[in-house]
Design a protein around this ligand. Sequence first.
Ligand code: CA
Length: 678
Amino acid sequence: MKTSSNLRLPKNTPDLRRIGHFLLKFSRLAAACLIWTGLSAVPVFAAPLQEPVQDPASCSLLLSRLDLEKPGLEKVKAAVNHPEIAAAELLAFYRSRTSVKHPVDRSQKGASRGNCASNNDLETADQALKHIFVGQPAYPPHFCGEEINWGSRPVPDNEWVWQLNRMYFWDAMALAYWHTGDEKYAQEWCYQLTDWVRKNPRDEAHGYAWRSIEAGIRGYRWTGLFQRFIDSPAFTPAVLVSFLNSCYDHASYLMTRYTKGSNWALMEAEGMAFIAFTFPEFKAAGSWKEEAISRLNQEIENQVYPDGHQRELAIGYHLGCIGWFDRTLELAKMNGLEHAFPPSYRSTIEKMCEVPLKLGMPDGSNTQFGDSWKGNPGQNWGNLKRWAKTFGRDDFLYVATEGKEGKKPAETAFALDKSGLYSLRSGWDKNDICLVLKCGPDGGGHCQPDNGTFELYAGGRHLMPDAGSYIYSGDPVNRAWFRQTKVHQTLTLDEKNTSYAPRLLLWQPGAKLDVLVVENAGYPDLTHRRALFFVDRKYFVIVDEAFGEGNGNVDIHFQFAPGAASFDHQQLTARTAFEEGWNVLVQTVAQDGLKMEEEEGQVSFLYTKKEPRPAFRYRLRKETRGVRFVTVVAPYSGEAPDIKVKIMGKPEIGGSRLSLKVSENGRSKRIGYDFSTN
Ligand code: CA
């Protein structure tokens, strides 16, 4: 859509800017007048709007893209030689259409007054009215100009401009509109929508706006925005023409972009599906729908391991993928097309929904493996509560309600053996101990070379969180730092990064002892075997063996939560030093040549935010076929436990048998493994 105005306004004059928007929007409009609402200086229409004159070429283009034989489009078809009338008829059609169902139900507009926007939505929306936009939300909102520059780059991080072009703030404006009933949100959205469409043709100069995931995200979100704004008087036939032509461009583009094997494919398909389902009047809608559904059916096979985890092995993306798979299924269901998805599609989604129960921390937050953030306590519980209902799962409900409702999960140890993610917990209370270990295949760009690493939580505290990922773009040095193998709780040779070559040797959960043995052949000439014993559901014994021809400095690394820590290099112990609540003790068994050294530690719990933390390693010089570390990791409250471990006999490093005698405060028992008979 084109605007005819060449109006340019002086900078930094908000009142004039508002008038400018108004004039730009309705510069051809003869009979409208303004009154001012005092302080807010937002125009309010005193007279009913007349329809702005259409751009006939855009109208005709749109009409050529629609199947005018569809029932309900008779009047549009009759006016096909008068595009402006046809556009008005098309708008009338959409306002009265009831055949298409969408998760945003237009009939709820009135009932949503006063109860659908959060304070944060309202603030975001009010800022957006002033063109102060949220891009990547870790950075401050940014004023993108009276004349909006959709390519604004206030920070070096490209994520900002990419996310600007997802326009999440439009969703806030839509919610603010329904919440307050104030037409200013609809007027401004209609202005911004047509402005964006006009300024962002899909060409090389506008690549920032047209990565396929932004296109997919918009395709999905815009259909919801359509539902929220179409009943506003500001949503004119001209807005409809601009909007629908852009939807057509989005879906046509997404047909040509298919990023197989990645979460991108799901956003691409979702955008296409939502446009196709919401606007079946497009001639191409059937083929868009078919392609989108076919991709989702294909990708759920490609991307989800039989154990339920999405193949990129980062929990945030896993949770995102549940939404991407599920929303189109729900939309299809609403519109009578559920049969396009086989029953296995839904059961796979259910399996995916088990993952935050199995691998989530007892406080309802998550591990930070790969590009992930632990999030707030309880952040999994809303999802689990919803899925409890969807899938009739009492165990989801139990965890989501902190045991107030539902039924306690029968197990406390879970192996996702294809993903290489394992959890061991002492129970289902939020103060219970929980350790999650990762030793899986390469999950691609959101995965880190961290095989063997683990996170430990106890007594409501993330005692040994993963470092996280800090940033995606614009700071390659720090991004690389967080991705290093040696900043994970695992073994390295000469501090080099490992590759992914995982193997599960033993998974043996039990009431008094859980045993997990994994290997990662992470170097061409060195394999790391890690045996993890969860003894009496109280403490862990970790036996690390490194074997192969590779020689050099073999380290095992550990990192604590931010805060004070104490190190005893003589006793080879390190512990957190929280005055209240739970701590963790790490102690390795002494051996010749073993050194304990502190290391640089960082952890990031929020995008672009990081903080120092205690970190250390135990180092052995490997000059023979193998080395072995035997280490206790014991969470505790009050006094540190006295735990001693002794290797029985002389087991071969990398061999099939291992036997240890452990004693805790004087009580001893034998633990070990023997897979020689397997
Ligand atoms: Ca990590």
